[in-house]
Design a protein around this ligand. Structure first.
Ligand SMILES: NC(=O)c1ccc[n+]([C@@H]2O[C@H](COP(=O)([O-])OP(=O)(O)OC[C@H]3O[C@@H](n4cnc5c(N)ncnc54)[C@H](OP(=O)(O)O)[C@@H]3O)[C@@H](O)[C@H]2O)c1
Length: 473
């Protein structure tokens, strides 16, 4: 039997929220589900002064809290022993020599994977540090958002590809690892009732909502530079859109899926700058400017709603409405597909794909009202994926699935640079038009459903934002 390849995951930002809440629990879950044979080690790199022992104690606490498995003390100790902490100022290029010495002494036989779990503003400094220390024979996983605009993303991509090589760069978009986003493909392509009607002849519009109840919390410094559009729309929600709208790939593997997604992103219909107010609404929740680390006069949007059209034969004239925001009335990511009405008085059929926190599918359709003639009753059928605890525990979480894919060298669940470039091209154009038009930010109350102005994207077309209050059972 082949000796398993040793791998060392070096996490820049190893003392950050993402690492504690998602990455270390994902490593534990992978061990717990038998994915590794003691062959993954973790070096967490942070700025805080702490030794490996103190770090492990913190890591243990987070793993116990966040793991999808009930933690097993023996396994946790074994995993914990494979985690160490290294203190480094990521902006001090010379300091990477010390990291290189450590990796050469203690991880000499390992394949290196660098995870950039930091603000994107540090991506370039880290890459320079890694190159100066001669560590570029490695794979690299990058968090979103990749770049702050098209030009910056291109420049950054040039630096990264020159350093590591294109096939070693993994752009993470954890939405692509989410169970129900993967499930869109199964629903679309493995059901005759849906595959034949997934087009403009039968679908009236599609709505994608990613609502958050929380505000910016402690992440104001990062978020204020980024805002709702760059943080959510340009990456996660455009990726979801591309999965919903793609033409069936001839070959799901070997890059076929990514090519089909790219075609969608390239076919986003350009928006006339003079007409921008009919396509984009941005808002800010009341009180945002007083949040920690947010500029008191900040004009950063915490809410974005937009309408896009696709120039493809399948989707001619079908609007896709996308909205996301912080401090809203609910925490929910869902997709609603509204089918065309069969008659003027019929309620439209709806297919609702619930992505988080509930995972499942809901279908609303019409039947005859019992005992009455000529009257219809909307009824529903649903499938709750997250209701069954056993199912849920057996379902790997997004970061777990993506980390494992990178370790296996599988690119199929990651966004490709071409896709990122195409979505930046569209995002740049739309953001520029919005700025040039001097569009004001719409205010909204925390705990509301967002600014009223978002309705103006749909009302001229006699449509409305849909909210389907369902509890999946
Ligand atoms: N948090 C999430 O749930 C989440 C989800 C999706 C994507 N992301 C993405 O993940 C990235 C990180 O987010 P986060 O929430 O984990 O941020 P965070 O909690 O603010 O963590 C930032 C990390 O960067 C380190 N750091 C910052 N400047 C440094 C420097 N000069 N030298 C060394 N270390 C430095 C911090 O170290 P110290 O704390 O030791 O100072 C900390 O470990 C972002 O790109 C974000 O968009 C996060």
């Amino acid at each position: 039997m082949n000796k398993p390849t040793l791998q060392t995951l070096v996490i820049f930002g190893g003392s950050g929220d993402l690492t504690f809440r998602k990455l270390l629990p994902a490593v534990y879950n992978l061990y717990a589900s038998g994915k590794f044979e003691q062959n993954l080690q973790v070096v967490a790199v942070g700025r805080r002064d702490m030794d490996s022992q103190a770090y492990r104690e913190l890591a243990d606490k987070w793993i116990r809290e966040q793991s999808r498995f009930k933690t097993d003390d023996t396994l946790l100790r074994q995993v914990s022993e494979r985690i160490s902490y290294y203190r480094l100022d990521l902006q001090a290029e010379a300091a990477y020599q010390g990291l290189a010495r450590l990796l050469r002494q203690e991880h000499a036989d390992s394949r290196l994977i660098f995870y950039y779990a930091v603000s994107p503003s540090l991506f370039e400094s880290i890459t320079k540090g890694v190159i100066s220390a001669g560590l570029q024979d490695a794979s690299v996983i990058l968090e979103k958002p990749f770049g702050s605009d098209l030009e910056n993303a291109r420049q950054l991509n040039g630096v990264l590809e020159a350093a590591f090589g294109r096939d070693k760069v993994y752009h993470i978009d954890h939405y692509l690892g989410k169970e129900m986003v993967r499930n869109i493909l199964a629903v679309r392509f493995h059901n005759a009732i849906f595959s034949g009607i997934w087009n403009y002849q039968h679908i009236d519009n599609i709505q994608i909502t990613a609502a958050e109840e929380d505000g910016v919390g402690t992440r104001g410094g990062y978020y204020d530079q980024s805002g709702a559009f760059r943080d959510m729309v340009q990456n996660h929600l455009f990726q979801v859109l591309s999965v919903l709208a793609l033409d069936e790939p001839g070959d799901m593997d070997n890059g076929g899926l990514q090519k089909a997604q790219l075609q969608v992103l390239k076919s986003l219909h350009p928006i006339d700058p003079w007409d921008i107010s009919h396509y984009l609404v941005m808002g800010q929740y009341d009180g945002y400017q007083s949040e920690p680390k947010v500029r008191p006069d900040s004009q950063t949007a915490t809410y974005a709603a937009l309408k896009v059209l696709l120039d493809t034969p399948r989707w001619q004239g079908v609007p896709f409405y996308i909205r996301t925001g912080k401090k809203l009335d609910r925490r929910e990511t869902e997709i609603i597909i509204e089918f065309k009405r069969t008659g003027p008085d019929d309620l439209p059929d709806l297919l609702v794909i619930k992505v988080q926190p509930d995972e499942g599918i809901y279908l609303r359709f019409n039947v005859k009202t019992p005992g009455e003639q000529g009257s219809l009753l909307p009824v529903h059928m649903d499938y709750c994926q997250s209701c069954n605890l056993r199912n849920y525990q057996n379902t790997p979480e997004a970061y777990e699935r993506l980390l494992n894919a990178c370790i296996q060298g599988d690119h199929s669940m990651f966004s490709q640079w071409d896709q990122i470039e195409a979505s930046w091209q569209f995002a740049n154009q739309i953001l520029q038009a919005w700025t040039e038009a001097g569009q004001p930010l719409a205010g909204y109350a925390p705990g509301s459903s967002g600014p009223d102005e978002a309705k103006r994207l749909l009302t001229p077309e006699q449509r409305e934002w849909l909210k389907v209050d369902v509890t999946l059972e």
